[in-house]
Design a protein around this ligand. Structure first.
Ligand code: FAD
Length: 192
């Protein structure tokens, strides 16, 4: 097996992406997992990982929300009033905390389904898709509320925003999870 560094990421800067090539590699039958059948076996691991992502992104959204909330109370503009006193700022904060709370309830609900052995891949798709998108929206709103400070690394918002852009893509893109949900509710697979 040969590896070659291909490129580096803009977000999550520590990992390095590499090309790997292999030929003539053989895996003995004794190394096979006895109950693993085809691609379904490794894909089932992804359902677990996606479930964790559904929770993890809530934490990113909460930090963005809390940063924006605290900033809007401290930051005074023009007439000396905090920007938190403006209706449009309060609407953004109200939207963020509402969406975070809804995302928490969705994650809790899927967690309870898992505990009961009733969670399906489509439930986890709904959780991952909704919560990653929600967190990215929160990060964008928080970045906006911080004005130019929103892009500074003094605040955690832009870092979360860059990471969340990638979370929207990895472990199944937003589109593909929409198709998993679509198949579950219609019985027709659109991606085949
Ligand atoms: C930070 C990061 C970490 C990652 N880590 C891993 C990892 O550890 N292991 C791993 O295996 N992969 C990893 N990936 C890869 C990731 O899973 C893929 O990037 C992702 O599945 C999308 O594949 P792609 O980049 O080839 O895009 P494409 O498949 O080319 O998709 C491009 C666009 O087309 C849309 N699209 C594609 N097919 C369809 C379709 N049938 N219907 C509708 N829309 C469609 C997609 O939704 C997307 O919007 C990682 C990616 C990132 C960004």
């Amino acid at each position: 097996m040969k590896y070659a560094v291909a490129s580096t990421w803009l977000p999550s800067r520590s990992p390095v992406t590499s090309n790997s090539t292999g030929s003539g590699s053989r895996v003995p039958a004794s190394a096979m997992l006895p109950e693993a059948q085809g691609l379904r076996a490794p894909l089932s691991c992804l359902t677990q990982a996606r479930y964790g992502i559904g929770w993890g992104v809530i934490g990113a959204a909460m930090e963005c929300y809390e940063t924006a909330r605290a900033y809007s109370i401290l930051r005074k503009q023009f007439d000396g009033r905090p920007i938190a006193s403006h209706q449009l700022v309060q609407e953004k904060l109200a939207d963020m905390i509402t969406e975070i709370t809804k995302a928490q309830l969705l994650a809790l609900h899927v967690g309870r389904l898992k505990d009961q052995g009733k969670a399906e891949a489509a439930h986890v798709s709904m959780l991952k898709r909704n919560n990653a998108s929600m967190a990215l929206d929160c990060a964008r709103a928080a970045r906006d509320l911080l004005g130019a400070n929103g892009i500074m690394d003094e605040y955690p918002v832009m870092r979360h925003m860059c990471n969340l852009e990638t979370v929207k893509t990895y472990e199944g893109t937003d589109h593909i999870h929409a198709l998993v949900i679509g198949e579950r509710v219609t019985g027709v697979a659109a991606y085949k």
